[in-house]
Design a protein around this ligand. Structure first.
Ligand SMILES: Cc1cc2nc3c(=O)[nH]c(=O)nc-3n(C[C@H](O)[C@H](O)[C@H](O)COP(=O)(O)O)c2cc1C
Length: 190
């Protein structure tokens, strides 16, 4: 089983990176093949709404997103990790999600599977935010669940930690990293 982790924070080694690393360790401990992509190391332009993908099912922008389409195709489990920024996912994660418009076109316009090869895919969402408000994760959850649904990726749940701000603060949480490790194991077993 292949697990693809996509790190959306611009802060390398920050809170969501630490959580994602534990999820991937948990998955690897159950024998999964794991790969993590760090979005802030890549060049991913935003969607320019050229509509070329409506005809081809392919995005014509030749940048690092082309590699991510390939990785999504090959993955059985996808873990999206993004902190909350201005009540949503990061710009890096949003650019990647918007570029999934080419996969939306495949499914809804060209009537072919958005991701090929008939795998049963499942997706997990990881997030943290500084504030402690009731709806902190709601906008991001709607977006992430939407992209998973469009890509035919079954939603497998989330790990959400409010009140986490300083770099590395998640390590002081009583059991967040443990929860992440267990979530990685569960993702492989389910
Ligand atoms: C540009 C920016 C916007 C942010 N907006 C929010 C926000 O709307 N709500 C919130 O609770 N925290 C917000 N934060 C705080 C981050 O979510 C928080 O610091 C988080 O722990 C960062 O996770 P990371 O280390 O994985 O990057 C924001 C941080 C930045 C840099």
């Amino acid at each position: 089983m292949k697990i693809l982790g996509i790190a959306g924070s611009p802060r390398r080694g920050g809170n969501t990176d630490l959580l994602l690393a534990e999820v991937m360790k948990g998955a690897a401990s159950k024998g999964a093949e794991v790969k993590t992509i760090i979005l802030c190391d890549l060049k991913i332009a935003p969607c320019d709404h050229c509509d070329a993908c409506l005809k081809t099912g392919r995005c014509k922008i030749e940048d690092d997103m082309q590699m991510i389409y390939q990785e999504l195709e090959e993955a059985d489990r996808i873990v999206l990790a993004s902190p909350i920024q201005f009540m949503g996912v990061t710009a890096q994660m949003k650019a990647m999600i918007d570029r999934c418009q080419a996969l939306w076109s495949r499914k809804y316009v060209l009537k072919v599977p958005p991701l090929g090869n008939g795998r049963e895919r499942k997706g997990l969402f990881i997030s943290v935010g500084a504030r402690k408000i009731a709806d902190l994760f709601e906008p991001a959850l709607v977006m992430v669940k939407t992209v998973f649904r469009i890509l035919d990726i079954t939603y497998a749940g989330e790990l959400l930690f409010p009140g986490v701000d300083e770099k590395g603060a998640i390590a002081k949480h009583p059991d967040a990293l443990k929860q992440a490790f267990l979530a990685g194991q569960k993702l492989v077993e389910d």
